[in-house]
Design a protein around this ligand. Sequence first.
Ligand SMILES: *Cc1c(COP(=O)(O)O)cnc(C)c1O
Length: 386
Amino acid sequence: MENQIIYLDNNATTPMAEEVVAAIADANALFGNASSMHSYGREAAYAVEQARARVAELIECDPEEIVFTSGASEANNTVFSIFRDIIDLGSKRNRIVTTTIEHPSIVETVKFLRSRGYAIDEVPVDRTGMVSLDVLATYLGEDVALVSVMTGNNEIGTIQPIAEIAKMAHAVGAFMHTDATQAIGKIPVTMKSWGVDYLSLSGHKFYGPKGIGVLAARKKAPFEAFVHGGHQEGGKRAGTYNTPSIVGLGVASEIAMRDLESEHARLWHLREMLRIGLEERIPNIVVNGNQDHCLPGTLDISFPSAEGESILLYLDMEGIMVSTGSACASGSLEPSYVLLASGVDIELAHGSIRFSFGRYNTEEEVLYVLEKMPPIIKRLRGMSTR
Ligand SMILES: *Cc1c(COP(=O)(O)O)cnc(C)c1O
């Protein structure tokens, strides 16, 4: 068990599945431009359309509703850009409602748009990171154009009641977007049953390639290109098709559908094994997020009187890779904004570690972490002046 590498940062990114790597290698040979009318072009276009059908099946929408993007950040930015445009054109609906714990690709977009004078409300969440429907209701009215709430949080794993929120958005005539990036392959994701108008996802969070994602938009939902140029994607997103990555995303979608149930159970088992084991071995720890509505592979824990960054570095020396707060906050000593927005106090937020499991983790790895973790925390707490 010594000198092994244990990757427990699957919410930051995942390794590509072998089947995905193989499919991309094959698709690299399809170098034709998928927009070309000759046979090389048509071969590539066929591969793109096959992948589109697989993604559509994964999230239960029509293939024509899928728009390939460079990732979920672009997909999220596209949605906010569509509504910025609608507001610019003088719509009486001129407010956007979102939450305080969205991914930075939304949080920073909100900051930017606010600095330009747009009215955007961020609904607060409770101690478990959950949006209260009663609180949300007080933000909704006839002036709201868009409601954007993420499906599952990347740091603490809290899963929001998206179908109920979509119903409330529609009741006041607003459109509904959800960033489902962390939910894909872990819980059932369905545009149809949830009734959402826009959904974002990203390939590299579920064993697909980096730099490819999707914005799915219902046919009745407004759409305006974020990237203008060629006629790709019916004019909704310009740029030559990234055929190999799109094919890889299609295969990743197929795997996610095939393994959904077994992976959900397996990830939750590993997560609970680690949670219970840590609670038994280390006094005074706090589990963050909502334990009843949680992504199965996410475990965020605060270790009072120990610094998250120090824990991370000590674990790294043992070959165990985890994260503190959001990946975007690492490198700085800012505590996680998601934890602060959930009302976790600043000292607890500073001592938080996110373990995120994926399809290649095993029980043996959990046992190894359970062996390495207690002495690290003991040592750091001994050094703490707090
Ligand atoms: C990773 C992530 C994103 C960004 O996806 P990219 O494809 O890397 O741009 C957006 N939202 C959530 C919830 C994520 O976890």
